[in-house]
Ligand binder design. Structure first.
Ligand SMILES: [Zn+2]
Length: 181
């Protein structure tokens, strides 16, 4: 017998059923990803039962988010493995494409299209980012910090434009993004 701390007590581990439930996908899909792409590679307990770490679970969730966004499982798995297979490292694992709702931001007063408001559904939650249109003055902050038209100071409004699958936009700039749903 091995003395000392049992490895399984050191961190949170999950059964395959628990992972399937937490990720919201069938267990057969998770097993297929493991068989075909080696993502994730759970440890085996005595008797061969799979035990998944929190990192394994995060990998499965990252796979799910990518495939749901239209990325082929093969490509998603390759990217995740290339990123070191550590989805806890948010900087290292960036989804190739994420579902994105696009809204055009326009000025009510002068009609200038200031840019696009992108609501991106990242694996760890939705994230709203503003992308300034080319050659346009950035919005300025009005009363209460609300962004206003950079040209005339008029009210801005966001109009739903499209739903796309697109790469994540890097960090928002100095422009405050409104977090309206
Ligand atoms: Zn304006």
């Amino acid at each position: 017998m091995v003395a000392g701390t049992a490895p399984l007590q050191e961190a949170q581990y999950y059964s395959s059923q628990a992972v399937a439930q937490a990720a919201g996908i069938p267990l057969t899909t998770i097993l297929a990803w493991e068989r075909r792409y080696g993502v994730p590679r759970p440890r085996r307990a005595r008797g061969g039962r799979r035990v998944y770490s929190a990192a394994d679970l995060a990998l499965v969730q990252a796979m799910r988010a990518r495939t749901a966004a239209g990325v082929r499982a093969e490509v998603a798995a390759r990217d995740l493995l290339a990123a070191g297979g550590d989805p806890d490292d948010r900087c290292g694992v960036v989804p190739t494409y994420v579902p994105t709702e696009v809204r055009d931001v326009q000025c009510l007063h002068c009609g200038e299209t200031t840019g696009e408001l992108l609501r991106q559904y990242m694996p760890d939650g939705p994230c709203t980012r503003f992308v300034l249109a080319h050659g346009v003055l950035p919005p300025r902050r009005g009363p209460g910090g609300r962004p206003r038209c950079g040209r005339c100071g008029g009210d801005l409004y966001a109009e739903p434009a499209a739903s796309r699958s697109m790469p994540p936009v890097p960090h928002p700039g100095a422009v405050p993004s409104c977090d309206a749903a």
